[in-house]
Design a protein around this ligand. Structure first.
Ligand code: G1P
Length: 330
């Protein structure tokens, strides 16, 4: 396995405020998209490229994340580090130092599902930063390139000099220098936008001669808000090939329906995730995520995210409409 000896640092301490109310009860990393939690997509991808050691930096509802990862990824070498105060991504990564120091580190943000040419990751090869062109670079860390190398990084600039965003995937060969730069910024209280930034530590590494290359990210599924979560659900389901048929109901693929979900007399899809224990009765649902043990009955749903154990019940109307009438029910 090419990435033996690499520690993946996965910061998952964030609150996920844009996904409230779901993140009141479920940590953002465990929100279901296209049939499994965001974090499961990330960890499955990491396992597929040969990563065996994970350092998860937990905070908000960290117990639930730890329980999930230990239950489903217990075969990996797991370390959980607590970030008691949210002082920034740089601070989160700094806390992983004693667990991750030694070999190269791969930092993969816990809300970022992505696809890229991971065969470029090699122990002893180049350090790589995931990048992608974006419309509004002011919302991201950005990189400037020269001769195929990263020459400057800036966190959420007011006046961006490039539209190449840092995507949240960093493969760093010289972890000793990374941790040294993080420690230095924290001890000197170097903050940007009030936080200790990973971007600032990487910039310090470049100033000290570290060489980093861009890794173009082919697909980036941002799960940060209900709209982008549903978009990720659609795009990820489009990439899965799963045929399902349910007697008495109509399934319009692509969908992800947990084996123990109950579907009766309904139309499901396209682009619907139905999690374990959920039930849909006499309804029509498209472009939606129905979470664990939710019950949905007698309703037409589109672009909806229904939380765990929620009950959504509508009603069907009775109409007696004459010829040439126009009826609009909102
Ligand atoms: C973080 C990084 C930023 C990067 C972004 C990608 O920002 O600091 O450089 O572009 O992730 O999602 P955050 O989204 O945590 O504000």
């Amino acid at each position: 396995m090419p990435l033996n000896g690499v520690s993946a640092i996965i910061p998952v301490a964030g609150v996920g405020s844009r996904l409230r109310p779901h993140t009141h009860t479920v940590p953002k990393a465990l929100i279901n998209v296209a049939g499994k939690p965001i974090l499961a997509h990330i960890l499955d991808d990491l396992m597929a490229i040969g990563v065996r050691r994970l350092v998860l930096v937990i905070g908000h509802m960290g117990d639930r994340i730890e329980g999930f990862v230990r239950a489903h990824y217990g075969q990996l070498d797991l370390v959980f580090v607590e970030q008691p105060e949210r002082l920034g991504l740089g601070h989160a990564v700094h806390l992983a130092e004693s667990a991750a120091a030694g070999g190269p580190v791969l930092i993969d943000l816990g809300d970022t599902i992505l696809q890229a040419d991971f065969s470029r990751l090699k122990v002893g090869g180049s350090s790589l930063l995931g990048v992608r062109e974006v419309d509004d670079p002011r919302r991201y860390g950005i990189v400037e390139l020269k001769d195929g190398r990263v020459v400057k990084l800036t966190e959420k600039p007011e006046h961006p000099t490039s539209n190449l965003a840092i995507v949240g995937f960093y493969f760093i060969q010289d972890s000793a220098l990374l941790f040294e730069c993080l420690r230095e910024n924290i001890s000197k209280d170097v903050r940007t936008k009030g936080e200790y930034q990973l971007t600032d530590a990487l910039q310090r590494m470049i100033e000290r001669g570290a060489v980093m290359e861009p890794l173009p990210i082919d697909a980036w599924f941002d799960c940060g808000s209900p709209e982008t979560l549903l978009q990720a659900n659609r795009e990820l389901l489009d990439r899965q090939t799963q045929g399902t048929s349910i007697p008495g109901s109509v399934v319009r693929p692509p969908v992800s329906i947990a084996p123990d979900a109950v579907i009766e007399n309904s139309i499901v899809g396209p682009h619907v995730t139905v999690a374990a224990g959920a039930s849909l009765k006499s309804c029509s649902v498209k472009n939606s995520i129905i979470n664990e043990n939710a019950r949905v009955e007698d309703i037409l749903l589109d672009a909806s995210v229904i939380g765990e154990n929620a009950l959504v019940r509508g009603n069907f109307k009775r109409l007696n409409v004459g010829d040439s009438s126009e009826v609009e029910l909102s």
